[in-house]
Design a protein around this ligand. Structure first.
Ligand code: SF4
Length: 63
């Protein structure tokens, strides 16, 4: 699995980072950046939850 954030859609709300802080970070950019590529097996559920909880639909998943 790979995850991407559309920086034009991201409003930097922090929801994804709170759900999966190992994967999403708001520390370096004014939008969420993905720290891990590919996504480790044990973090896939959290990444899917973050994708579902992102109100801007800014998180894109590739299987
Ligand atoms: S949940 Fe969505 S809008 Fe919020 S910081 Fe993450 S990618 Fe951006």
């Amino acid at each position: 699995m790979r995850a991407f954030v559309d920086k034009d859609l991201c409003i930097a709300c922090g929801v994804c980072e709170s759900i999966a802080p190992e994967v999403f970070s708001l520390e370096t950019e004014p939008y969420a950046v993905v720290l891990l590529d590919p996504i480790p097996e044990e973090l896939k559920d959290a990444v899917l939850e973050a994708r579902d909880e992102c109100t801007e639909e800014a998180i894109i998943i590739e299987e």
